[in-house]
Design a binder for this molecule. Structure first.
Ligand code: DWN
Length: 417
């Protein structure tokens, strides 16, 4: 991969992260933005933040959509990286279903091994531990990894690499099942990561990998899911090209509603491609997801969403209405910073994750508080930045809504619910 080194905090890629082609087509430029999960300490509110270009490009050779700036992982995933998977009961339930289904399908037992890449706080692997199935979690975030160990999920607190895969295979044996949810997009060395999956997997094993799906991202204008942690934005077409390059075949795919629309792919060392894959590949070809033309109007649709949201929010402020937000999500940082929303517009952001309380949203510097603040302050409106959890949040905030409060959802079409 040809890199143009500048500074020591990020590099600009001049070649595709998957196939190495240098013919990259720009499709969306979100400008220079702060790091989405680098929440600002209140005492540093007046200090300038690190910002980096957020520029989305398309590779016509292998159909991969990607950003062309790679920020050093040590900068992205600081020791107080705030993301904990177990915050969402819905996500926990889906993860349990996933684990139980894999254990049953594969006949896993005490002689098996299940590995999860980006195992976070043990939210998924704990379901295998309960059944006496050996597990190994891998996650570089110290906080979540420590929480995983507390519930009996053996965890290596480090980044998964091709080299580590080799060491794991020698020390623990190869895995029957390898999970990896919302991690593939995050890795700097995309090819090395997939090659590592193949090396860590038994010849008759299966890699069950989840990632947001590019099709709903474009169809529903989910541009806020674009931030520096996410190097890639995957279509099944691009995934198929990537995995085949490493001797792994996507034989099955499930389409999930989580995170605004995701894929769960089942990749194996032997080719046995089923109809779920051939049908979705055909749909993506029919839509044109493998051509730059498909993305031609995406940038204009993003700007139209921004303009409509800002007209709505500015109108409410002009009427003297108070506005808060819910979900100090990484996607929320992209949303507020691309739209120019800050603490003048939004009084605070409510969030269940206590690790985020007292911090400020990157860029907009909006204070993050507990959800109880919605009942304490009773803002007239709440902008739902974590719109992907709208049902859970509405159920949780029933009292606020019953008292006359109103939600605003920004995606796919900004509106008051
Ligand atoms: O890829 C990633 C996705 C999976 O998670 C990571 N790079 C970072 C993170 O992105 P995100 O922060 O946009 O994801 P979430 O999970 O959509 O963020 C939801 C936010 O909302 C969290 O801060 C937790 C919070 N939350 C809440 O306050 N009440 C979530 C739920 C479900 C709730 O009921």
């Amino acid at each position: 991969m040809h890199l143009q080194q500048h500074k020591d905090l990020s590099v600009t890629e001049t070649a595709c992260r998957s196939c190495g082609s240098s013919t990259l087509v720009p499709i969306l430029n979100l400008g220079r933005t702060p790091l989405a999960d680098r929440l600002v300490r209140a005492e540093k509110a007046s200090e300038p933040e690190l910002t980096f270009p957020l520029n989305v490009v398309f590779c016509p050779e292998c159909a991969l959509v990607q950003i062309d700036e790679t920020v050093a992982p040590e900068i992205l995933y600081t020791d107080d990286y705030p993301y904990y998977s177990s915050i969402s009961p819905d996500l926990l339930a889906r993860s349990r279903e996933n684990a139980l289904a894999r254990a049953a399908e594969r006949g896993l037992d005490s002689s098996s091994l299940v590995i999860e890449l980006a195992s976070n706080d043990g939210y998924l692997l704990k379901n295998y531990v309960e059944q006496g199935i050996p597990v190994l979690g891998i996650d570089p975030a110290q906080g979540p990894a420590a929480d995983a160990e507390k519930i009996g999920v053996r965890t290596l607190c480090t980044f998964f690499t091709e080299q580590l895969a080799q060491e794991i295979a020698e020390q623990y044996g190869q895995a029957d099942v390898i999970h990896g949810n919302n991690v593939l997009a995050h890795v700097k060395d995309t090819n090395g990561f997939v090659e590592g999956i193949r090396k860590a997997l038994k010849p008759d094993g299966v890699a069950v990998i989840e990632m947001p799906h590019l099709l709903p991202l474009v169809e529903h204008i989910e541009f806020d899911t674009i931030y520096h942690e996410h190097h890639c934005y995957f279509s099944l077409t691009a995934l198929d090209n990537l995995f085949r390059r490493h001797g792994l075949f996507i034989n099955r795919v499930e389409q999930l509603s989580i995170h605004g629309g995701s894929l769960r792919i089942f990749a194996e060392p032997t080719e046995n491609v089923g109809p779920s894959v051939t049908e979705l590949l055909a749909l993506e070809r029919e839509v044109g997801l493998d051509s730059a033309e498909y993305f031609r109007e995406f940038a204009q649709r993003v700007d139209a969403l921004r303009d409509k949201l800002m007209a709505l929010l500015n109108g409410l402020k002009a009427e003297g209405k108070s506005i808060a937000a819910y979900g100090a999500a990484a996607k929320g940082a992209t949303m507020i910073n691309y739209c120019g929303i800050d603490h003048e517009m939004i009084d605070f952001v409510a969030d269940l994750n206590v690790n985020k309380h007292g911090r400020l949203m990157p860029g907009g510097k909006i204070p993050i508080r507990s959800p109880e603040a919605l009942l304490e302050e009773r803002p007239d409106y709440v902008l739902i930045l974590a719109w992907n959890f709208i049902d859970e949040i509405a159920a949780q905030q029933a009292e606020y809504l019953a008292g006359g409060g109103k939600f605003i959802v920004p995606v796919p079409d900004p509106k008051v619910l």
